[in-house]
Design a protein around this ligand. Structure first.
Ligand code: CA
Ligand code: CA
Ligand code: CA
Ligand code: CA
Length: 433
C-alpha cells in the first residue's frame, strides 16, 4: 500500500547528506527513499558557508511542470525568521546563522513542494533539526544559607546546594563536581564536607561550638564535565548558622551567698542572685530557673527569675520570729528552662535534635549553692519595707550616724504602710567594707 502510494510521487529529504537508498520490492525503477531521523547540527558551529544542510527533492518535478520549494515553521516563515532558507528551485536547505542550543534546542520545520499554480505537489514533510549541545556554559551558584545545631555528630546532613548549568541536562556538560575551597573562620580545620556528586553538605567535625563560632561562610566550587580539567568552574557562597543547644550550665558570680532579714517582716526581696550562662541570651537555654532545694520546709521564702536580667529574686514571704529562728541555711539550685544537653547532638540541620539529656552527677545541668540568712532582732512595732539596701558611703568623709535614705514604715500587723508616722529613717552606723 505504502509502496504504491510512494511509487507515484515523492518528496525527498537528504538530511545532512544521509541518504538511504533502497530498492523497493516490486517497484519498476530504482527509487530514492528518505528516512526521517532528526537532522543534527551542533551549536556554535558555523554552517552558514555550507551549500546546504538538508535537501528537499520531489520526483514529481518535470520540465513541463516545475516544482517550487518552501519551508514553514519557526525558524523559517515564523520567528526566528529565515534562520533556515530553502532554494525554491533546487530544494537545498541552508542555514543563515550560528545556532545556540540554550536558546532553541530543536526546530520543527515543514518542507513544502508546490507547482507554479500554487497547488501542492506533495504533502508537507517534517524536517526536524536537533541542536547538539556543546559545553559553553559555566556552572553558576546562587547564595545558599542553612543551619545546624552545635555539637552535631560527624555526618549530620546540613543542607544541599546545587549549581545551575544551562547546558543540556543529563549530560556531562552540566554534570557538576562540587567541592569546598574555603571556610571562614578557618578554626581548627574544615568543619564541613560536601558530596562531590550531590552537593550535600555534612558536618565533618563534631566539635561545632556556637559559643566559639556561631556561623561559617563556605566558598564552594562547581566544575562541569564532572570535574574534568577542561571543565568550566563556578564558585558560590554558603552561609551556615550554628544553632544553640543548652550545653552550658548556668553559673553564679559567687560560690555562696549571705543575707540578713529582719524578724517579723514579709513580702520583701531578700536578695537578687545573677545567673551567668554562655548559651544564647534570651532563650530557654540561657534563662535560669532557681529552686530552693533545702532549708525552706516552712515555705518562708520563694525564688523567681527576672527573665530580663536572669536574676533569681529571693523573697521572704512569711515573717520569722527571732526567738525561734536566728539563722537559716538554704540550698538553692539553678538550672535552665530548657533541658541540659551534653555530648554530640544527633540531628542537626533539620531540627532541634539535641542529644541526650544527662540527669546525674555533674552533668545534671544544675549548679547548687548555699545561702546563709541571718535573722535580725527588731523591736516590735514598725518595720521598714525594704530591709535590703546596698549603700556606698565613704567612711573618711562621713559623719556617723548619717541618714542614708527614708522609707515608708509598715505596720507589722497589717503589712500595710503605717499611718500617722512622720518619718522613718535608715541610719548608717558604720561601715568599713
Ligand atoms: Ca556547562
Ligand atoms: Ca551548550
Ligand atoms: Ca545554658
Ligand atoms: Ca550552647
Amino acid at each position: 500500500m505504502v509502496s504504491l502510494k510512494l511509487g507515484r510521487l515523492f518528496l525527498i529529504l537528504l538530511l545532512c547528506m544521509i541518504v538511504v537508498t533502497k530498492i523497493e520490492k516490486g517497484m519498476p525503477r530504482k527509487k530514492q527513499e528518505w528516512i526521517l531521523p532528526a537532522s543534527k547540527l551542533t551549536e556554535n558551529v558555523d554552517y552558514t558557508k555550507k551549500e546546504f544542510i538538508a535537501k528537499i527533492i520531489s520526483d514529481r518535478y518535470t520540465e513541463n511542470r516545475p516544482v517550487k520549494y518552501f519551508l514553514k515553521g519557526p525558524g523559517a516563515d515564523q520567528m526566528p525568521y529565515n534562520l533556515f532558507v530553502v532554494n525554491p528551485k533546487t530544494g537545498f536547505v541552508r542555514i543563515t546563522d550560528i545556532l545556540d542550543r540554550e536558546h532553541i534546542a530543536e526546530y520543527n520545520l515543514k518542507g513544502v513542494a508546490k507547482y507554479t499554480d500554487g497547488t501542492y505537489a506533495e504533502d508537507e514533510v517534517p524536517l526536524r533539526i536537533h541542536v547538539e549541545d556543546q559545553n559553553d556554559n559555566q556552572p553558576t551558584f546562587k547564595f545558599f544559607s542553612g543551619s545546624v545545631a552545635e555539637s552535631s555528630k560527624t555526618g549530620t546532613p546540613v543542607m544541599q546546594i546545587s549549581a545551575d548549568d544551562a547546558d543540556e541536562q543529563g549530560t556531562v556538560n552540566s554534570k557538576i563536581a562540587y567541592s569546598i575551597v574555603k571556610q571562614t573562620p578557618e578554626g581548627h580545620g574544615p568543619m564541613f564536607s560536601i558530596d562531590r556528586n550531590t552537593g550535600k553538605i555534612y558536618v565533618k567535625q563534631h566539635t561545632l561550638d556556637r559559643e566559639i563560632d556561631d556561623a561559617y561562610t563556605l566558598v564552594v566550587q562547581g566544575v562541569d564535565m564532572d570535574g574534568a580539567a577542561h571543565g568550566y568552574t563556578g564558585t558560590g557562597t554558603v552561609q551556615i548558622q550554628v544553632l544553640d543547644i543548652n550545653d552550658n550550665v548556668p553559673t553564679l558570680e559567687k560560690d555562696e551567698y549571705a543575707a540578713t532579714i529582719e524578724e517579723g517582716v514579709a513580702g520583701v526581696v531578700v536578695m537578687k542572685i545573677k545567673a551567668l550562662d554562655k548559651d544564647l541570651e534570651n532563650t530557654d537555654n540561657w534563662l535560669a530557673h532557681f529552686k530552693i532545694t533545702k532549708g525552706n520546709e516552712e515555705k518562708i521564702f520563694n525564688i523567681e527569675t527576672d527573665p530580663k536580667t536572669n536574676e533569681g529574686i529571693l523573697k521572704l514571704i512569711k515573717p520569722v520570729d527571732y526567738e525561734k529562728v536566728k539563722l537559716l541555711n538554704l540550698d538553692v539550685a539553678v538550672s535552665n528552662a530548657a533541658p541540659f544537653v551534653s555530648g554530640p547532638g544527633d540531628l542537626g540541620g533539620t531540627g532541634p535534635g539535641l542529644g541526650e539529656e544527662i540527669k546525674h552527677g555533674k552533668q545534671s545541668g544544675e549548679t547548687s549553692f548555699p545561702i546563709k540568712i541571718t535573722v535580725n532582732k527588731l523591736s516590735k512595732g514598725l518595720v521598714f519595707s525594704e530591709p535590703v539596701l546596698p549603700v556606698s558611703v565613704d567612711p573618711e568623709k562621713t559623719q556617723f550616724p548619717k541618714i542614708i535614705r527614708s522609707f515608708p514604715a509598715v505596720d507589722h500587723n497589717t503589712g500595710k504602710v503605717a499611718e500617722n508616722v512622720r518619718s522613718a529613717q535608715l541610719l548608717c552606723q558604720h561601715s568599713h567594707q
